[in-house]
Design a protein around this ligand. Structure first.
Ligand code: AMP
Ligand code: GLY
Length: 417
């Protein structure tokens, strides 16, 4: 089988590495660090299966375009991708499906006054979200009403996020531990990928510093059992898929569901229509069997196999460029990669790299490398990953030292069995 992976980051490198165990893999556009990379667009690649990694090509209709020419695609069309592309649409859909979620209202650019009025009916924390994609930066959570009002006005006027913010969703603030799950959906049903992962979003240790795309991740979460995840499938994901079907949306791909475990039970925070990055890097390599066959079944609308996941633990540490997340510096030569890769249990995925004229690997993005350790226990996996991190260097390299160490233990099980 030949598989075409669309994207260029660490998630797509993890897809390519895992799929290449059972298939020939081409990655577009890929990068200097990913084998099989090609400059040809996906539409010009002849493959048996197309796996679309990031949300932007999904939201822009690449899956529809490929399907229109008879190709098998893992990833939803524009209609299903609305779950991530429009928070107002997603909230309306999950509310119609009876999924527990934060109380909300949505407003367009002519409704700034109504938006501030609605804010005044809520208790802190206040949550103001852009309706459209904002690269993970469109959500404000604050205890300060004035700040929330200003944020709502700036989003609606287009000042802060352009068109993505001209519609907003305002929500009641929830508190509790956050967790996410991943399910494969073949248009008819959703099947849980039976493991959990936790991302560390802040730049610095102990969750200090600015928010990022994710500075590292571990899997599985020791405090979370599979029955908990199946319960969340029943509460949220299965009803969502039924509601999608009711609206004639044939959703084929992954559903990445984020929850807040509140004292009143789990509440759905968001859906993403693609795998998490760096969650994929600690999940995909542990999926057992032939991943390309499983994803092809999803793409054909007939998932018959039940995915299973190795009991091993994995930890990935993101190595980021100087200046990330605001203005990452590019072009620094990366040292020590071969030493790192030679350590048993280590896998390195390239997230933002290029090569220079001497053929050396250089930094070419904010998140540059994902250094993964795999072992029977989380502790051992973390130690392996950090041994490899110590081997790698470039000027200004940033990383957290506590990935998989400051782990979530306090999950509120109220409302789940
Ligand atoms: P979202 O993209 O909708 O998941 O929001 C991004 C982040 O904002 C989440 O991971 C939460 O940390 C936070 N957040 C979103 N919605 C709420 C809410 N209703 N209450 C509290 N925090 C929230
Ligand atoms: N790591 C979070 C995300 O991919 O959205």
């Amino acid at each position: 089988m030949k598989v075409c992976v669309v994207g260029s980051g660490g998630r797509e490198h993890a897809f390519a590495a895992t799929l290449s165990i059972g298939a020939e893999v081409v990655v577009t556009p890929g990068s200097a660090g990913i084998d099989g990379s090609t400059e040809k667009p996906a539409t010009a690649v002849d493959a048996d299966l197309y796996v679309i990694g990031p949300e932007v090509p999904l939201v822009n209709g690449l899956a529809d375009e490929l399907r229109a020419s008879g190709r098998h695609v893992f990833g939803p069309g524009i209609d299903g991708a609305l779950l991530e592309a429009s928070k107002a649409w997603m909230k309306d859909l999950v509310q119609a499906a009876g999924v527990p979620t934060a109380r909300y209202a949505s407003f367009d650019e002519n409704q700034a006054e109504e938006a501030t009025e609605f804010l005044s009916t809520l208790c802190p924390p206040y949550v103001v979200k852009t309706d459209g994609l904002a690269a993970g930066k469109g959500v404000l959570v604050t205890d300060n009403l004035e700040e929330a009002e200003d944020d709502a006005r700036n989003k609606l006027s287009g000042v802060s996020f352009g068109d993505a913010g001209r519609r907003i969703v305002i929500e009641e603030g929830l508190t509790g531990a956050e967790l996410s799950l991943f399910a494969l959906c073949d248009g008819q049903k959703a099947v849980l990928i039976p493991t959990s992962a936790q991302d560390h979003k802040r730049l610095h240790d102990h969750d200090h510093g600015p928010n990022t795309g994710g500075m590292g991740c571990y899997s599985p979460m020791p405090s979370l059992g599979l029955p908990d995840l199946e319960e969340l499938m029943d509460i949220a994901v299965h009803p969502t898929v039924q509601e999608l079907k009711k609206r004639d949306i044939d959703y084929r791909g992954v559903l990445f569901a984020g929850f807040m475990m509140t004292k009143d039970g789990p509440k759905l925070l968001e859906y993403n229509v693609r795998f998490g990055d760096p969650e994929a890097q600690v999940i995909l390599p542990r999926v057992e069997g032939n991943l390309s066959e499983t994803l092809l079944e999803v793409a054909k609308g007939n998932l018959t196999s039940q995915p299973t996941v190795s009991a091993d633990a994995m930890v990935t540490v993101v190595l980021a460029a100087e200046g990330y997340p605001t203005s990452p510096r590019t072009g620094d030569v990366i040292h020590g990669l071969d030493e790192a890769k030679a350590i048993e249990g280590v896998t390195v995925f390239c997230a933002g790299v290029d090569s220079n004229t001497q053929g050396e690997l250089i930094t070419n993005g904010g998140r540059v490398l994902n250094i993964c350790g795999r072992a029977p226990t989380l502790d051992a996996a973390r130690q392996i990953a950090y041994r490899a991190v110590d081997a790698i260097s470039w000027p200004g390299m940033q990383h957290r030292t506590d990935i998989g160490a400051s782990i979530e233990t306090d999950i509120n099980r109220e409302g789940i069995k």
